[in-house]
Write a protein that binds this ligand. Sequence first.
Ligand code: PLP
Length: 377
Amino acid sequence: MRIDTKLIHGGVFGDERTGAVSVPIYQVSTYKQDAIGKHRGYEYSRTGNPTREALEKLIVDLENGVRGLAFSSGMAAISSVLSLFDQGDHLVVGDDIYGGTYRVMSGVFNRMGLDFSYVDTSRPEDVVEAIRPETKAVYMETPSNPLLKVTDIRKLVEICRDRGLLLIVDNTFLTPYWQNPLDLGADIVVHSATKYLGGHSDVVAGLIAVKDESLGERLHYLQNSIGGVLPPHDSWLLIRGIKTLGLRMRQHESSTRKLVEWLQSRSDIQGIYYPGLKEHPGFGVAASQARGFGGMFSFDVGSGERAEKVLSRTKLFTLAESLGAVESLISVPARMTHASIPPERRQELGITDGLIRVSVGVEDVQDLLEDLEQALR
Ligand SMILES: *Cc1c(COP(=O)(O)O)cnc(C)c1O
């Protein structure tokens, strides 16, 4: 099956018993046992629920893994992955990962004895240099946020394989529609399904997929032990959202390309960050490891004041954090998602006050273009 078909027919299709073409919502906590210790595959919904399981099988099919797990948020999924490690273990982590991931690492798991080194994973030599005898894993995102830096997944796979390290990839930005890290050799894929997979700004969820049975078993043990599972109704919403992932991703991308090319033709923009542009330093690697470039881009309007004006004047781009929805969203990372990073560090990373990040929705692209044009004017 090709990916667009898998989105519809992957996982569990409908309901065997009634023929319903939509997976039923099993809104239930516990299950009748036929005899003591004799159950029909389900005992308690934290451990397993048929609606959640349908979603978990779907992410397995989409990421070409063997085991999938659904969580109550991306952060619950990421926290469960980090719970694989022991006191004293060290991880090498991308230096521009999602802020919440940085927070749970540096504010929670470090207190439990995990140690993290933050490096620019788009420079594999920096990753190698940060590895120590107690290093157990490398954690990365590509493309990154908000500068859309591209990390070479295959290069990191090589580095990790030689040293027996796990490679964990947050695939939220491209989704399995455009990129399959497990196929490239990564061990664990995590998603904030709140973003493109859900796609409609109506559910908070996280997903994991792995291609090793025993790693999947360990993660299920952690999911069941820690308990951050996705409820049945939210699992159903996510399955529904995923059915249109292909349609949406293609539209997000074609509209992004139009907007980016139009911005390139303007003289009042200081920089445009989109890995689908030939001038982008990550273009070659992105094209070699993904089937698409996604629907996120950033551009620099020169100053914080101008950025603020632009954001106050757009009508179709909603001023909000988050991304990946049918609605176009716009933000100023320096003042919003990345505000907790000290100003000097932000400058170092290139997250200027005039940098605007856009998540392109599926509205008519001409309306989006005209809205940005009047706001820039
Ligand atoms: C939003 C996001 C997360 C966290 O997911 P939640 O669903 O908000 O908990 C993790 N990684 C990336 C790249 C994200 O964009």
